[in-house]
Structure formats: C-alpha cells, structure tokens
Design a protein around this ligand. Structure first.
Ligand code: PDD
Length: 298
C-alpha cells in the first residue's frame, strides 16, 4: 500500500511520525473518508468543503487549495491497485512540545493519506439487513466536526459489537427523557421511514453532516420521494416502519433489528429497496459521466 505523508508518497511500512505529533498526543486533528469508484473520488467537492469546515472549526489553516488536494488525491489513487478505493485523509496540528494551547508560532500541520480497497456491503447483508442497538449519545456538542478524537464513537460502536449488532444508534436527551431525540450512528447517519415518508435529522452541531446523507436526500428530491428534515424523537425510532443507515463505506443499509426486536416486519422495506437502487444508478451515472474520454477539439 502506498501512502502520502507530508509531501511524499511511500510504502506504508516506511511512514513515520513523531511521538510529539499533536494528533497522537491530543487527538488534535480532523479527517475525511472518501469513497473512490472506478478510480474517481466520489463527491470530492463535498468532502473538501466538509474538510474546510472541520479545519475552520479547530482554527487550523488548510495547507492546500482544492486544486492541490485534487492532484494529491488523484496521484494517491493512481499509485494504489484497486479500482474502487477507500481513501482516508488526516490532518493534525503538527509536532510541538506538549502544551494544550496551540503552538506559537504555528508549526506545519501533519498531512497523511492512505487508500485501501473499498469493500461495499455484500448482497447477503443487503438482503438480511443489519442489527443495531441504541445508547445515550454521550459525545460533545461539536459532532459536526470530523475530529480524529473518536474515543466516544469507538466505545459506542464497540457496545454494538459486544451485543452482536453492527452499529449503535445514538439518542440524545437535553433536559428529560421525554424529548430525547436521535442524532446519528456511532460512525454513520440514520434515517427513519414512517408511512412512506423518509425522515432525516437536521444537520446541526449534534451530528456529522454526511456526504452520503446529502446524496440520499438529493435522490429523494429528484424522484418525488416524500421526505422531511426535522428532529426525530426516540419514540419515532422505535416505532419506525424502516430504519436506514448511510455512510461513505456502507452506502445505504437496511436496519432490520433494533435492540433485539424487529424493525417493521423485520425485513428490508420498500423505501430501502428503492433508495438503494437509485443510489447505485446515481453512482454509475456520475462515474459514467465523468469517465468519458476527453473531448476531441479538432
Ligand atoms: N464515518 N456520522 C459519523 C459519526 C461518521 O463517522 C460518519 C462516517 C457518518 C457518515 O458520513 P459520510 O456519509 O460522509 O461517510 C456520519 C466514516 C465512514 C468513518 O469514520 O470511517
């Protein structure tokens, strides 16, 4: 596997960073996960926009403009073997003597990218659906930042694994449990389906604004699928006809079991089937449109 670290491409075994890197010491950094289909980064503009939002939020200046990022990313894709890849991009505030406050003057950020083969969910999983559990959302109030400090998410996801499930759906309570509402999954966004309508939580400071989430809502709008973006109370999650999970690596998955009980009739529903098909069509159309041979200008 060839990786990119601070201006150089190299085999992953040769990549080294200082133990004083603020990413290692404080988790002081941000990241992106970008799916690559047929060697083309999917929704790159959206990922770079979200990266900029994360960087602005932690007051770290972006070392590259979009054109430079695009070149670096395309070069990394070209240097790795798979046609479909899972590209991980990671920036930290750099290497400095240990002090919580930002280094003054600022030091160079650490820029790291790696890419591995993208394995989208197998057909068996799409047919059976996945099991999830619920747990209180005990994270901070800036979940809109794609921060590398993921300990709460790691612990929440592990709870699911230990319960024999795949993901934990997070429920946040602000004052009392009666108005508890759903935010997202530990590493995914969650949609609720009720009476033929798709419900999505709002992109506020309490969830990561997913790129796949955006694609799903655009697809819904373009295909006259009724949808509503609003707070979803916990009771609506438990009474859902269908629950859907989205992320860059999982695309869209049906959740057929929640806390050990069936969701709806316990099988992937009509909304999932329609959205999954439309998502695959959309992906293929975008890739086809962008992989046309260059125009002959003569
Ligand atoms: N995680 N919410 C959280 C907390 C996430 O970690 C992710 C993605 C998402 C979905 O965002 P997107 O559709 O842009 O992938 C929502 C990535 C895949 C990860 O950390 O590996």
């Amino acid at each position: 596997m060839t990786i990119y670290l601070n201006g150089e491409y190299m085999p992953i075994e040769e990549a080294k960073i200082s133990v004083l890197d603020r990413g290692f010491i404080f988790g002081d950094g941000v990241y992106e996960v970008i799916p690559v289909y047929s060697r083309k980064a999917f929704r790159l503009e959206g990922h770079l926009r979200r990266l900029q939002h994360s960087l602005d939020s932690i007051q770290l200046s972006n070392p590259h403009n979009d054109g430079e990022w695009t070149k670096l990313i395309n070069e990394l894709i070209a240097r790795n073997a798979a046609e479909d890849q899972y590209l991980y991009l990671h920036l930290t505030r750099g290497v400095a003597k240990r002090d919580h406050a930002f280094p003054k003057p600022p030091v160079k950020p650490t820029v790291f990218m790696m890419s591995s083969p993208l394995l989208t969910p197998p057909a068996t999983l799409l047919q059976s659906g996945i099991a999830c559990i619920t747990a209180p959302d005990n994270r901070w109030l800036r979940c809109d930042i794609k921060a590398i400090a993921l300990l709460p998410n790691v612990l929440l996801r592990q709870m699911a694994i230990e319960a024999g499930a795949m993901e934990t759906i997070l429920i946040r309570a602000e004052s009392n449990n009666e108005d508890a509402f759903m935010t997202e999954g530990a590493a995914s966004n969650i949609f609720v389906v009720k009476n033929g309508k798709l419900l999505a939580p709002p992109k506020d400071n309490l969830m990561l604004p997913g790129i796949t989430y955006d694609v799903i809502l655009e697809i819904a709008a373009a295909n006259n699928i009724p949808y509503e973006v609003r707070r979803i109370v916990a009771a609506e999650v438990f009474a859902a006809d269908e629950l859907l999970l989205t992320s860059s690596t999982k695309e869209v998955l049906p959740i057929t079991q929640l806390d050990g009980k069936p969701v709806g009739n316990g099988k992937p529903g009509a909304m999932f089937t329609q959205l999954h098909q439309l998502y695959q069509d959309f992906k293929r159309d975008v890739m086809r449109a962008t992989t046309l041979p260059p125009r002959d200008n003569q």
